[in-house]
Design a protein. Structure first.
Length: 219
């Protein structure tokens, strides 16, 4: 893919890119659905269920008790947020502030549901940074269409944007839309070999590295 060196917007993923939220998801899910399924749920099971929004995520484990368990999941997600996910990754806010100062539109495309997104924004003070926000679907991954909606809102072509995300599915979604993808490889559970096998436009191993890349390409 031919990459522009002067992108006109930056679109971020949230979980694993801006915040290290996996421990929070795991514990909130275990507490919310563990008593219903009456067994221990592994971290691997929980991570494998990522893709749908909050409702679809909970339905994976308790299809007959979604409403009750979703309410409990969101309760624990908020209660534990500042303990298990107390702040964004170091350096992310600096990048967001720099993009805002340069009047570069910032998008957010996440598989999160509106419930967990609102909690994370509230607990970590992220409200106001993003010019366009798209959340997940209960039916599964919908990032390609979300990316297209953000591009339409910004009135930009795919080559004028770059997406920053940590998941292998972020790469396939961006390829479907022809948006350049910089794979974020700084989260705890990131699968770097899998990212490499899918050949993103870049693999960025630290937020400091991302900062220098964006400052060079957008400065």
């Amino acid at each position: 893919m031919n990459i522009s060196t002067k992108f006109k917007c930056v679109i971020f993923d949230l979980d694993g890119t801006i915040v290290d939220s996996i421990p929070l998801y795991v514990e909130a899910c275990r507490l919310a659905v563990g008593s219903v399924v009456q067994r221990s749920i592994s971290e691997e099971e929980i991570v494998a269920a990522f893709g749908p929004d909050d409702e679809g995520f909970i339905r994976t484990f308790v299809p007959d008790a979604v409403e009750t368990c979703l309410e409990q999941f969101l309760f624990h997600y908020r209660r534990l947020h500042l303990t298990l996910c107390p702040k964004p990754f170091d350096g992310i806010i600096e990048i967001l502030n720099w993009l805002k100062s340069r009047h570069i539109p910032i998008g957010l495309v996440t598989g999160k549901g509106s419930g967990t997104l609102a909690i994370t924004f509230d607990e970590l003070g992220l409200e106001g940074y993003f010019d366009a926000i798209e959340t997940g679907s209960p039916h599964g991954g919908n990032k390609p269409e979300c990316l297209r909606r953000v591009l339409r809102q910004f009135q930009l072509s795919p080559s004028e944007a770059v997406y920053i995300g940590d998941a292998p599915t972020d790469i396939t979604a961006c390829r479907e839309v022809s948006i350049p993808i910089y794979s974020a490889a700084w989260a705890t559970l990131v699968d770097v070999p899998k990212l490499q096998s899918l050949q993103p436009d870049r693999i960025v191993h630290s937020i400091e590295e991302l900062k220098f890349i964006l400052y060079d390409e957008l400065g």
